[in-house]
Design a protein. Structure first.
Length: 263
């Protein structure tokens, strides 16, 4: 009897989740049909500015038959390397800032100063110091991500409830145990902020790849713009959105797996 009730509950939840996706699916289909109708049956918009979805699909097939897979891999690799480096460095720095007022007062002005500097402004200096290789691109992405995520991590660590520390004091925790407890309490919110920060990396990667890059989606878009291949530009834009959507979806799904108590 109990197993039957549980099975019905699971089916009910699954049905509700499936229904929740229908508005998004319908809206996407509506946009695609509107786009197709406007570009194929009217002359409202010049095809140079808005090619038909059929032409965009044909361009995508042609690009994938060429070097687009290499471009996608190069862009994803740059984003992930810079993103992981940002997390690896930001975590101990944020922990240090949350533990020591001295280090927070020392580092906070520099972090606040640099995070307000637009990444494109740093491109000339980065090329001057590191050339036009992969190092320069990853450093630019790192700068664009690290100084934002370190403040988010610091805020998460500072917002750990005081009751946790009272309990740690009562149980006579060592410094290591207390820091471990602090991280465990803050990690769900930190993980959520990682998802937000990943979007920052994707927003900067195109800017980075527009300058002195031989591979990448940004490079492909620049070359398409250079030869007025608008459909290729749309392929690049849509591809960036799809990759970003998939990465965000994986983050959200894995959140419930890592932190089931946060459902």
């Amino acid at each position: 009897m109990k197993s039957s009730i549980n099975s019905n509950n699971v089916q009910s939840q699954s049905t509700k989740r499936n229904r929740a996706y229908w508005p998004a699916i319908i809206s996407v289909l509506f946009l695609l049909l509107t786009w197709y109708f406007i570009t194929e049956f009217t002359n409202l918009i010049n095809p140079l500015f808005l090619p038909s979805p059929v032409k965009v699909v044909a361009s995508a097939i042609s690009l994938f038959a060429g070097n687009l897979v290499v471009d996608v891999f190069a862009t994803v690799a740059r984003v992930m390397i810079a993103f992981l480096l940002s997390i690896i460095v930001a975590l101990p720095v944020a922990l240090l800032m949350s533990e020591s007022k001295f280090f927070k007062r020392l580092l906070a002005p520099y972090i606040d100063f640099i995070r307000y500097i637009p990444v494109p402004v740093l491109i000339p200096l980065t090329i001057l110091f590191f050339g036009i290789g992969e190092e320069a691109k990853i450093i630019l992405l790192f700068v664009g991500t690290f100084f934002q995520i370190v403040l988010l991590f610091d805020s998460n660590l500072m917002n750990v409830p005081k009751d946790y520390f009272d309990l740690a004091y009562s149980l006579n925790f060592t410094t290591f145990q207390r820091l471990k407890m602090k991280l465990q309490a803050a990690i769900p919110e930190m993980y959520d902020n990682m998802r937000i920060s990943l979007g920052l990396s994707w927003s900067y990667v195109i800017i980075v790849e527009l300058v002195a890059a031989q591979t990448g989606i940004g490079h492909m878009i620049k070359e398409a713009q250079r030869f007025s291949l608008t459909s290729n530009v749309y392929v690049g834009i849509l591809l960036m959105g799809i990759i970003g959507f998939i990465s965000d979806y994986l983050f959200r799904k894995s959140y419930t797996k890592f932190f089931p108590y946060k459902k």
